[in-house]
Design a binder for this molecule. Structure first.
Ligand SMILES: *Cc1c(COP(=O)(O)O)cnc(C)c1O
Length: 373
C-alpha cells in the first residue's frame, strides 16, 4: 500500500467542541449560533466540521458562497445554511435547489428572487444585511427601514434575519464598534415599533462574542474562535480557546553541507558553518506562505529549527544543525505542539505579515485533513 502524503493537517474535534462550549457559555442558552464555516471551515474541512456542529446542537451554518453551501448539502448537511456573501441573480435557482438562505442587500435582486421562488412554487427564508460602517455590502442605514418593509412584503420570501458586520471589533479602541452597535440597536427599535417581527438580529463576530455582550442580540456569528484562535494576536485573552489544527510534515531528505553553501532559489541563505539541512515536502502550493522564506521556524524533536532559503512551491529547507539524531521520515511540526514547544497560526502570521485567518484558510487542498476525537 502506498504511504499517504506526509504533509497533513490534524483536526482535533475535542478542541473544537471545547471552543464551541466557550461560545455557548458566553452567550447563554437562549441565543442562536450561526457558526461560520466559510472557506472550508477556515481550512479545517467544512463538511466534517459542519456535522460536528449539528451534533452539538448548532442549527445555523454560515458560508460565503453558493458553491460552499452546495458542497455542504452534498456532504449530507440538512441544517439551515446562510450564504453570507453576495449572490448574483443567475445563482437564484441554485439557492432554491439546495435550500440555501441568502443575505440580501439589493432591492431589485430581492424582487427578482421573490419572482423566481414563486415560480418554483415555494418560499425561501432570507436575511437582510445593513451596512452600519463596514462599507462592504448592505443597505445604507437611511434606506434600511424601507428596504426591510418592502422585502417583508415580497410574497415568496420569508424575512428571518437582519444582520450587520463589525469593521474593527478586535481593536482595543471601541469607539467605532460602539457607534456601529448603536446604529444597529436604533434600527432594531424602529423596526420593532413598526410592528414587524424579525426572528433573528445578529452582528457579533468572534471579537464581539468575546467582549461585547451588548451586541449579542438573539444570535451570534463566530468564526475564528471556533478554530481556537482570537481575532487578533494581542486580543485580551479572557476566553480560553484551544487551537484545533496541527500541521505536520516529515523530513524527506537530510544532508550535510559545507560552510558557504547557497540554499534554494536565489541563494538568499548561505550557510555560515558546516550545516545539516532537512528538506521538507511542503511549499507555497500547500499554503505555506513564501513570505516565510528565512523568517519562520519549525519544530523537530521538540526543538526549534529555522526555515532557511526561499520557500518553494513544493519544498522548504530547515537548518537542523543543532538537533541531533534525526533521520529522513522524522516528523516536523509547522503549526502545533512538539514537546514543550508550540508554533501557532498567529506565529506564522506574524512572521509573514498577515493574520491567523489567512494562514488557516490558505492551507491547500493538497494537504489531507485527518480528524481525531
Ligand atoms: C467571516 C464572517 C464572520 C466571522 O468572523 P470571525 O472574525 O471569524 O468570527 C461573521 N460574519 C460575517 C458576515 C463574516 O463574513
Amino acid at each position: 500500500m502506498p504511504s499517504p502524503r506526509p504533509t497533513s493537517a490534524e483536526i482535533d474535534l475535542q478542541a473544537f467542541r471545547f471552543n464551541l462550549n466557550q461560545i455557548k457559555r458566553l452567550i447563554g442558552p437562549e441565543r442562536g449560533i450561526l457558526a461560520v464555516i466559510k472557506a472550508n471551515a477556515y481550512g479545517h474541512g467544512a463538511v466534517p466540521v459542519g456535522h460536528v456542529l449539528v451534533q452539538e446542537g448548532v442549527e445555523h451554518l454560515g458560508v460565503a458562497t453558493v458553491e460552499e453551501g452546495t458542497a455542504l448539502r452534498q456532504g449530507g448537511l440538512t441544517a439551515e445554511i446562510t450564504v453570507l456573501g453576495g449572490v448574483f441573480p443567475d445563482q437564484h435557482d441554485q439557492l432554491i435547489e439546495h435550500d440555501l438562505t441568502p443575505v440580501l442587500y439589493n432591492l431589485n435582486w430581492a424582487e427578482a428572487l421573490s419572482k423566481t421562488v414563486a415560480a418554483a412554487g415555494t418560499r425561501l427564508p432570507v436575511h437582510v444585511k445593513i451596512d452600519t460602517g463596514m462599507g462592504r455590502v448592505g443597505f445604507a442605514l437611511e434606506e434600511a427601514e424601507q428596504a426591510l418593509t418592502r422585502i417583508a412584503e415580497l410574497p415568496a420570501l420569508q424575512l428571518v434575519g437582519v444582520l450587520s458586520h463589525f469593521a474593527d471589533a478586535d481593536l482595543q479602541d471601541r469607539t467605532f464598534t460602539d457607534w456601529q452597535l448603536q446604529r444597529f440597536v436604533a434600527l432594531e427599535e424602529r423596526i420593532r415599533k413598526r410592528g414587524m417581527a424579525v426572528p433573528f438580529w445578529h452582528l457579533s463576530n468572534s471579537a464581539a462574542v468575546m467582549k461585547f455582550p451588548a451586541a449579542f442580540f438573539n444570535m451570534v456569528r463566530p468564526g475564528i474562535m471556533l478554530y481556537g484562535y482570537p481575532p487578533s494576536e494581542s486580543f485580551p485573552g479572557k476566553v480560553p480557546l484551544k487551537p484545533v489544527l496541527s500541521w505536520r510534515t516529515r523530513i524527506i531528505h537530510l544532508k550535510e553541507v559545507p560552510r558557504g553553501t547557497p540554499l534554494s532559489y536565489g541563494g538568499t541563505f548561505v550557510t555560515r558553518r558546516r550545516s545539516r539541512i532537512a528538506t521538507l515536502p511542503v511549499g507555497y502550493a500547500d499554503g505555506y506562505p513564501r513570505r516565510l522564506s528565512n523568517r519562520a521556524q519549525v519544530l523537530v524533536g521538540g526543538r526549534r529549527a529555522p526555515v532557511v532559503g526561499t520557500v518553494t512551491m513544493d519544498m522548504i529547507l530547515a537548518d537542523v544543525t543543532d538537533i541531533d539524531a534525526l533521520a529522513p521520515g522524522d516528523v516536523v511540526t509547522l503549526i502545533g505542539r512538539d514537546g514543550a514547544e508550540t508554533i501557532s497560526a498567529w506565529d506564522l502570521a506574524r512572521w509573514s505579515d498577515t493574520i491567523a485567518y489567512e494562514i488557516l484558510c490558505c492551507i491547500g487542498a493538497r494537504v489531507p485533513r485527518h480528524y481525531v476525537d
